[in-house]
Design a protein. Structure first.
Length: 94
């Protein structure tokens, strides 16, 4: 399948891969999340796009992180799950 030119490069995670990941988690063989993020950054560069239920973007470059969280914060939207979790978590970085 061709990469969408509007979406940053990233892994394609289909149903089978999600099922394998769920089985690993259920068996207690999870990969540390920081290792997953580091691997995405090494493999795909400063911005990696992952399609799960919603789009997920990993921004690794410090200047880009500053732009996303400070300069352009008004155009960045949280996913539905975090919008619902706002009641418990508040308006933090998540």
């Amino acid at each position: 399948m061709a990469q969408d030119p509007a979406r940053p490069p990233g892994p394609s995670i289909g149903r089978v891969a999600r099922a394998r990941l769920a089985l690993r988690l259920l068996r207690g063989r999870s990969i540390p999340f920081t290792d997953v993020l580091a691997r995405l950054s090494r493999t795909y560069g400063d911005i990696a796009g992952v399609r799960l239920q919603d789009d997920f973007y990993l921004v690794s470059d410090p200047e880009m992180v500053n732009q996303v969280l400070v300069t352009d914060q008004h155009i960045v939207h949280k996913g539905r799950g975090l919008e619902y979790a706002r009641i418990l978590l508040g308006n933090g970085l998540l």
